[in-house]
Design a protein around this ligand. Structure first.
Ligand SMILES: O=P(O)(O)OC[C@H]1O[C@H](O)[C@H](O)[C@@H](O)[C@@H]1O
Length: 538
């Protein structure tokens, strides 16, 4: 099927897809998920995918058995084969969807019980029933990294208009600068520290948690009373001294980068309240139902995956830019970097054999319009094609600034139009005709040509509500699933992060001077010496 797709690409690669727009293209190459809480539209008509290409992409998914694998995931089978686990983050948002079994046991009673405990605790923090030594909680610090940070940090920022709880801070980096900057803003007597770590062994998180505990001990008599833990290892949380009533556990079938929907979302729940958090879950659930049942031609995650596979594995475009025209989604690109690149950045298929196609693009991005004044130059005129993904809401949360939102929309739509249409030499000449002549006119005009024919998709929605954010995140999760299933890889392990961790542990005593850097390569040893010699504090 890849060969057929490559042949299709060779056939269409010099065609300007702008010319495809005739009677029906815009309607045929978009899909909408309509719900009572808002509609989500995916427009992928500004790509070089035509009816033939799309039919081949659907066959690619069918040949890979994506539907069967999807059903296996949703019904709790052990699809994460390299770790021997089910993949069931969908159960965390299965609010009224009936039983989900893992190994013959329904997991839903446990999921709903934990959700209820989280809600009770979040309410108590919000209404002051749960207080610190100095009174009602004013600040919450979530200490976690990777999946235990990026989800809540992204969502808390995205849903800022719904905040009516204490302030939320996020500490992730082992660089002391991160925690020092946050602690400076908080009063220990009125701060709740949430230690978020699925494994409760991650060195950055445990180091920051100990620093926070020491800071708290200096100010309050019982620091453990102002700590909560989110983890799948309840034994380790009690070793750290966090009482069971403030430990919110989850099972190993929730992957770190898919964990925002459960206990790892506690800081978000405290910020926006349990009702809004449930709306977020319902948004995810609406996308799950759509993904499980919609025809591939209408299925948003599948269509997003088809576009992704076409651009990276078939056309060979090495990166993809995520460009939210929604400032509160500023952390979405970072969140998606983990979701997509940690899930599908793999060179070996499930059977251990090498992949014969690229493993997925580098994902990057920044909110618009900021990026327009920075890296869009390369997107428009650089030598490589960067498929773009635009996100835009019909309205913002600032009705009094409607004129600014209209400018935002105009800019977003202008970018995808410019990428598609470009500007040819004649138009470029015309623009500057009065200013230059002869050879100089030719030279100057060449710099003002935009090749165009550069693909993008646009995701549009009414407003960034908790429900809508839930739909958007679940859309991306299932897109990753479909791409991984087509590539035949396991999207749910992450062995690629292990080697660096092992080497960092071994380098610890060398950096602190307890051991000599003997045996290290010359570059590493030289860097250790340079940094040791220039450190002025012990
Ligand atoms: O939640 P934790 O167990 O502390 O893990 C935090 C993160 O670190 C690991 O190295 C993984 O690469 C991530 O997938 C994970 O989200």
């Amino acid at each position: 099927m890849w060969d057929a797709l490559r042949t299709q690409y060779d056939k269409v690669k010099d065609r300007r897809f702008e010319t495809l727009f005739g009677s029906q293209r815009a309607e045929e190459f978009r899909a909408t998920l309509s719900t009572g809480d808002g509609d989500l539209l995916l427009d992928y008509s500004k790509t070089n995918i035509d009816f033939e290409g799309r039919a081949l992409l659907v066959r690619l998914m069918e040949d890979a058995g994506v539907a069967a694998r999807r059903d296996a995931m949703l019904s709790g089978e052990t699809i994460n084969e390299t770790e021997g686990r089910a993949v069931l983050h969908t159960a965390l948002r299965n609010l009224d969807g009936g039983p989900v079994e893992v190994g013959g046991t329904d997991v839903m009673p446990g999921v709903l019980e934990t959700l209820g405990r989280m809600e009770g605790f979040a309410e108590a923090v919000r209404d002051g029933t749960f207080a610190g030594a100095g009174g009602a909680i004013t600040d919450v610090i979530n200490i976690g990294i990777g999946g235990s940070d990026l989800g809540p940090a992204m969502a808390v920022r995205a849903l800022a208009p719904y905040h009516d709880g204490p302030r939320c801070h996020f500490v992730s980096n082992v660089d002391g600068a991160d925690i020092a900057g946050v602690l400076r803003q908080c009063d220990a007597g009125t701060t709740l520290v949430i230690v978020a770590s699925k494994t409760f062994t991650t060195i950055e998180t445990m180091t920051n948690a100990r620093t926070a505990r020491a800071w708290m001990s200096d100010a309050v008599d019982d620091p453990a009373a102002q700590f909560a833990a989110l983890s799948s290892s309840e034994e380790k949380t009690s070793d750290f001294g966090i009482p069971a009533e403030r430990v919110f556990g989850f099972e190993d079938w929730v992957g770190g980068r898919y964990s925002i929907w459960g206990p790892i979302g506690l800081s978000l729940m405290i910020a926006i309240g349990p009702a809004a958090f449930r709306a977020f879950l319902r948004g995810g659930q609406a996308m799950d139902r759509h993904f499980a049942t919609a025809d591939w031609f209408e299925n948003l995650p599948a269509l997003m995956a088809m576009v992704g596979l076409w651009h990276n594995q078939v056309c060979g475009y090495p990166t993809r830019a995520v460009l939210p025209y929604d400032d509160r989604l500023a952390r979405l690109p970072a969140y998606l970097q983990q979701l997509e690149m940690e899930s599908n950045g793999k060179r070996v298929a499930m059977d251990g054999g090498a992949l014969d196609v690229p493993s997925g693009p580098v994902v990057w991005g920044e909110p618009g319009t900021n990026g327009q004044h920075a890296f869009y130059q390369l997107i428009h005129q650089g030598t490589q094609v960067v498929p773009c993904e635009f996100l835009i809401a019909a309205e913002g949360h600032e009705p009094e600034l409607r004129h600014q939102h209209e400018l935002l929309i105009a800019n977003c739509l202008a970018q995808s139009e410019a990428l598609m249409k470009g500007r040819d030499l004649d138009e470029a000449r015309e623009k500057i005709a009065g200013k230059f002549e002869g050879d100089e006119l030719e030279r100057q005009a060449a710099h003002r040509v935009f090749p165009g024919n550069r693909p993008s998709v646009t995701i549009a929605y009414p407003k960034l509500t908790p429900f809508m954010l839930g739909m958007i995140i679940a859309l991306y999760e299932h897109r990753v699933f479909v791409e991984g299933a087509v590539l035949g890889i396991n999207s749910y392990d992450q062995w690629g992060v292990e080697l660096g961790k092992e080497l960092a542990t071994a380098l610890g005593p060398i950096v602190s001077g307890e051991e000599a850097p003997d045996g290290k390569d010359g570059s590493t040893a030289g860097l250790v010496r340079f940094l040791q010699e220039r450190a002025t504090s012990p």
